[in-house]
Write a protein that binds this ligand. Sequence first.
Ligand code: UGA
Length: 449
Amino acid sequence: MRLSVIGCGYVGLVTGACLAEAGHQVVCTDIDSERIAKLNAGGVPIYELHLSQILKSARAAGKISYTANGGEAIRASDAIFICVGTPPKENGEADLSAIDHCARQIAAEANGPKLVIEKSTVPARTGIELTRALAAYGRNDQIKFRVASNPEFLREGTAVEDFFHPDRIVVGVEDPSAAEDLREIYRPIIERRFTCPVHNGTCPPGPRGELLVTTINSAELIKHASNSFLALKISYANVIADLCERIGADVEEVTRAMGLDPRIGGQFLKAGLGFGGFCFPKDVQAFIHLAASVGVDFDILKAAERVNKERIGRYTEKIRKALWVVKGKRVAVLGLAFKANTDDIRFAPALEVIRELLAEGAEVHATDPEAIPRTQAVFPQLHYHDDPYAALKHADAALVCTEWDAFKKIDWERAGKLMARKLVIDGRNLYSPESMRALGFQYHCFGRP
Ligand code: UGA
């Protein structure tokens, strides 16, 4: 099937690249013509594992192309994936102006029937508005649009792997033909008819993702309900960590035992600095806002959001307690990205921590395997180091803000000799408190004695 993707952010690029790799013909477009020029020149504007490799092979096979001309992309396809941003407004509500722009553009440029698929995360009932906008702006009554919702469940850092090995593919439709078209689009994935770029064709056995057909409203709700539930789980683990600190228990022991109950599950119970990124914080806000707009008070989600915001304060309090005076202290911040394996710093807890440290007059030395260039644009005044040991040199404290593997492997014996003071304040619970203390470190973390 001929597909187009509007929006070349991480969701759009991963979707386009993976569908092209699975055998479809894909045209990608974006209003940012510089981004398109970069893609056309063989560059990849974001860091995502395996993405540049599959973009390259899909391009070589003639399966993917890029154009800054949105009309051209729309006319070239039967089905259009909308993958544009839906950032939060001041009041937490999702800003749907980019979706509205796509609707008007599709309506104006379409030369035949189109299946318009929402992939961007949107509040429930957006599909209804999208259908209305397509009809209102259409210039030819003979051209029919069908709308579907196909939310993505891709985690940054493992998005390609997630795309090829989904646990579920949700398609929200109003008519069965749209469901059939989407089944056709995803057939290579469901039937595993692709050469897996992640496992080199030998994927580990596991259940095949189920394609679930729902209404559009349900599909939209599934996405927000899933992300919000995971955010809730993280905040729950963080409150347990606070409780452990007061009571003298170990949050790792508690959450591990909890997670062995299959009704709870062990994932997303990792206590620490809390959730960041461009999905959870904004989706939680948008979901609270949506609920309020229909008269439902989502109190538990508001509490989860509050707990998450308080993590930064809890962490800086630990820093202040350990350092006594922050002003003039040299601190090494290990990790800038909102999580490991990405260069994304949007709503990254590390940035909030840095903001507070700078306000208090600390000298910040930062390191991250991928996110330094993006952070430089926000904080040009920091000292940046590619090598974590260089960041740790003469530091009064090491502050672990992202759970990168590279940081798990740091040789603390070596680092301790470089630092001005052997102090680690671990925002991600990466190390064993016993081992760190055995090496002579003063070690602080979340919810562990
Ligand atoms: C999230 C969801 O996991 C995806 O399923 C979804 O498709 C995506 O949002 C989206 O809406 O596009 P992502 O934002 O890439 O994916 O990141 P996660 O791996 O979910 O982590 C989110 C944040 O929670 C990170 O800051 C991470 O450090 C934090 N986290 C995660 C914890 O603090 N504790 C945990 O136990 C797990």
